[in-house]
Design a protein around this ligand. Structure first.
Ligand SMILES: [Zn+2]
Length: 407
């Protein structure tokens, strides 16, 4: 069996330990040894470089490329599949080897990656977000027509549901269609014109049913949750991660600590909405106003949650912002109080644990899958990370030489 030796690099192991110099040996796609003075049949010279576990983004939308209502109305239906291929490559090129698609990507896209037809990170897919009537995923517009962000098709059902019975049936349908995670909106949001991010959506009985059905299928529930009451309802009913978490009060933070709930801040998203509107994208004024309204509360919530010790996993909502800019989130995380090492931990082993794959990947340790990023800067130098990726490996095989060398 071929032993591939990555030698002489500085290893960031995916935990909050300080990086240190060492070798790493890969056999059959898995890390078999980490130490010093190791040997191998083939070698990759890592001297002067840093090696990290492949990065995770816990919240992306690969079928979406910015939010622009006019462009959405005039884009051919199938274009989004080709966009997904392009976005997956952009994601992989910056060292992200595992993603959760929080709505949009269907089983065909995931299978195309798994079969090696298109390059991309490993995917967990939510397919489509459960939303109540008038909720964040209800695409009814005031003009009286539905303008879906993700057009329903045989692999991607419409998921606007009300009442425990409809919820139960829809979760089962999503699981049948290949969902690896169930996504729900337990509050209003920013980009949906007709709701309010400060209002809770779905009642406890509905959320409990989602979690019950997901648990029976061995998968987790992630919740778009911005309103304080919507956040608490999600935590109370066993949702695994709070996405965005804009209005966290002390009680919500306390509940997250007790339940072990993750926070996926996506600080990138409201910033991207404001920037896109300023650059001329056609975004309803109500959404731009909401993005500005939530920004300060959002940063403050993440700061307090981190200080209290809430588990954080890196997620960006890219698709709202440009794919390939995902690692900007690390700067936003450190701006709210995380150290660079903590931000990197959120982007590797903490996210792996959230995904339920920590036994498989997310750390540089024997037994872990050899999903690796080779960087020519210290990963703690978070501002420059994306342009400093020199190698991305899946199962020990080189799949990208980084964004700097591709078009
Ligand atoms: Zn999202």
């Amino acid at each position: 069996m071929t032993r591939i030796l990555f030698h002489g690099g500085t290893l960031f192991d995916g935990t909050v330990s300080e990086p240190s110099t060492g070798d790493l040996v890969v056999e059959n796609g898995r890390i078999v040894d980490v130490g010093t003075g190791l040997d191998g049949d083939e070698s990759v010279d890592c001297s002067g470089k840093w090696l990290s576990p492949g990065f995770f983004d816990s919240h992306v939308h690969v079928t979406m490329d910015g939010f622009d209502v006019l462009r959405q109305l005039t884009s051919p239906f199938s274009l989004s599949f080709y966009l997904a291929a392009q976005n997956l490559k952009k994601t992989l090129d910056i060292g992200i080897t595992s993603i959760r698609d929080a709505g949009g990507a269907d089983l065909g896209i995931k299978e195309a990656v798994d079969r090696g037809m298109i390059p991309g990170p490993r995917m967990q897919i939510a397919i489509s977000m459960l939303s109540q009537t008038g909720g964040h995923g209800d695409d009814w517009e005031a003009c009286g027509v539905n303008v879906p962000l993700f057009v329903p098709h045989p692999g991607r059902p419409n998921t606007v549901v009300d009442g425990p019975d409809e919820v139960r049936k829809k979760v089962r349908e999503l699981i049948r269609n290949g969902a690896d995670v169930i996504k729900v909106a337990t509050s209003g949001g920013v980009l949906s014109a007709r709701d309010d991010p400060r209002h809770a959506h779905f009642r406890d009985a509905e959320i409990a049913v989602m979690v019950e059905e997901a648990t029976a299928a061995g998968i987790f529930v992630m919740s778009h949750a911005q309103a304080t009451d919507g956040i608490k309802a999600a935590i109370r009913n066993g949702v695994r991660s709070i996405e965005h978490g804009i209005y966290l009060d002390d009680e919500a933070i306390e509940m997250m600590l007790r339940a072990g709930t993750w926070l996926v801040p996506t600080l990138h998203a409201p910033r991207a909405v404001v920037a896109a509107a300023a650059a001329g994208a056609s975004i309803p004024q109500s959404s731009v106003d909401k993005a500005k309204m939530v920004a300060a509360a959002h940063d403050d919530s993440v700061r307090r949650a981190h200080a209290a010790g809430v588990k954080i996993a890196m997620g960006t909502d890219c698709g709202v912002g440009p794919h390939g800019s995902n690692l900007d989130e690390l700067r936003y995380l450190t701006d709210t109080g995380l150290t660079p090492l903590e931000a990197l931990h959120a982007t590797t082993s903490s996210a792996a644990e959230l995904f339920g794959v920590d036994g498989d990947r997310g750390r540089l340790a024997p037994g872990q899958r050899a999903d690796l990023v080779l960087l020519d800067c210290d990963p703690q130098d978070i501002d420059n990370l994306a342009g400093r990726v020199r190698g991305v490996y899946l199962d020990g095989a080189l799949v990208s030489t980084g964004a700097a060398t591709v078009g």
